[in-house]
Design a protein around this ligand. Structure first.
Ligand code: HEM
Length: 362
């Protein structure tokens, strides 16, 4: 597709080249920063899983924010280095989120959706730090098998999903995505809302499974299945069987919802994102099966978690694009680029990116 021409007549199928050149032209520096922060957050979350999977959570003792009572530990063990590096990388994520907030307030007018999203993102990032600190200070780490730890990791997972969603939406709206409006869009809201809610259950069951695998590592596939049905076995182990069932049915729901939302809101962005979500689900289910077969090696746990985050983010953006309402009729392939300028940036005349979906319920 020629650059600069993303007209309706060329809108069939997935045109990645056209999309790439469009992104290059349309994205503001703030939007690029927000997408970069999102990618960085996904990496930090994966490193957090590495801390859990290697039992390094107590690497700094029960000290927080100090590490074993010191700012810089003098003779650190490997666990200390792993835990410390997670603290440093997540500390940087917090600092970058504050930059996002300040930048959003400088670049966007009062009441703008990007400002609001960046406030929510900052609050959730602080929540993430507090949950991490709580796990360390209450010693819900390393070999701790308590239900409190189970609840702690579930809370952590839910906060992480919300944080990734709000960071993705900040970037999305800064790239010209239209505001979400639920009024008059009940069918789309239910179609996307159900798989989004189900993803929390899948994530929670996954994180309990991961904890069970870390605390009671299976020695063989047969032993793992036997453990799952042994009465008196720890709850984290007995719950392990639920995750694949929930994940497979939610995966099917995501694929079905994608087909339905493409029919209800046939814009280029919705098509691209919903198909992306379906592809990621297939990859994720394959990774899950491999995880079981290989007895959850650490590298695969990280891949599985990153894929889960990517499924979640893509699903959130599919919903945002399907529920986004164009202020005017939208004509472009990437719905929004022809019809309007980006709704923000003081005096900015940049054009919207993927936004709005081709729907105006008014
Ligand atoms: C939509 C599909 C799926 C999603 C979103 C998903 C999500 C997750 C999440 C968030 C975790 C926790 C990761 C962590 O805290 O480190 C996890 C763990 C796990 N999942 Fe899944 N999962 C999916 C499909 C499956 C399937 C189909 C299977 C098996 C047949 C599976 C097997 C496992 C196992 C064994 C673990 C524990 C080891 C690990 O952390 O990798 N998953 N999953």
């Amino acid at each position: 597709m020629a650059e600069g021409n993303v007209g309706e007549g060329r809108c069939s199928g997935l045109d990645f080249q056209g999309l790439r050149s469009y992104i290059r032209r349309a994205m503001t520096r703030f939007a690029r920063f927000a997408w970069g922060l999102l990618a960085y957050d996904v990496a930090v979350v994966a490193w957090g899983a590495y801390v859990r999977a290697t039992g390094s959570g107590a690497g700094c003792g029960k000290h927080w924010p100090l590490c074993n009572g010191e700012v810089v530990p003098r003779s650190p063990r490997v666990e200390t280095l792993v835990e410390l590096s997670h603290r440093l990388t997540s500390g940087l994520a917090l600092a970058l989120t504050v930059v996002l907030l300040v930048w959003a307030f400088r670049a966007y007018p009062r009441g703008h959706v990007v400002r609001r999203a960046s406030v929510v993102t900052t609050a959730l990032m602080m929540g993430e730090a507090l949950i991490g600190a709580g796990l360390v200070l209450f010693q819900l780490v390393a070999h701790d098998e308590s239900m409190k730890r189970g609840l702690g990791v579930c809370l952590h997972l839910c906060n992480t999903f919300l944080l990734l969603a709000s960071t993705a939406l900040t970037a999305w709206w800064a790239s010209g995505g239209a505001r979400v409006q639920l009024r008059g869009q009940r069918a789309v809201a239910w179609t996307m809302g159900l798989p989004l809610a189900a993803m929390f259950l899948v994530g929670i069951s996954g994180t309990v499974t991961a904890l069970g695998d870390t605390l009671f590592p299976p020695t063989s596939l047969a032993a793992a299945f036997a453990q799952d049905f042994t009465p008196g076995m720890h709850l984290f182990v007995r719950l392990r069987g639920i995750h694949p069932i929930l994940a497979a049915s939610t995966g099917a729901a995501i694929v079905l919802a994608g087909g339905l939302v493409r029919a209800l809101r046939p814009s280029r962005a919705v098509r691209l994102l919903s198909r992306g979500a379906a592809l990621l689900v297939v990859a994720q289910v394959a990774a899950g099966l491999l995880d079981v077969a290989l007895l959850a090696p650490v590298w695969l746990q990280l891949v599985h978690l990153m894929l889960a985050d990517c499924v979640w983010i893509t699903l959130v953006l599919t919903a945002a694009s399907a529920l986004g309402v164009a202020p005017e009729a939208v004509t472009g392939c990437y719905a929004g680029e022809d019809a309007r300028s980006i709704p923000g940036g003081h005096g900015s005349d940049r054009r919207g990116l993927l936004g709005s979906g081709a729907h105006d319920p008014r």
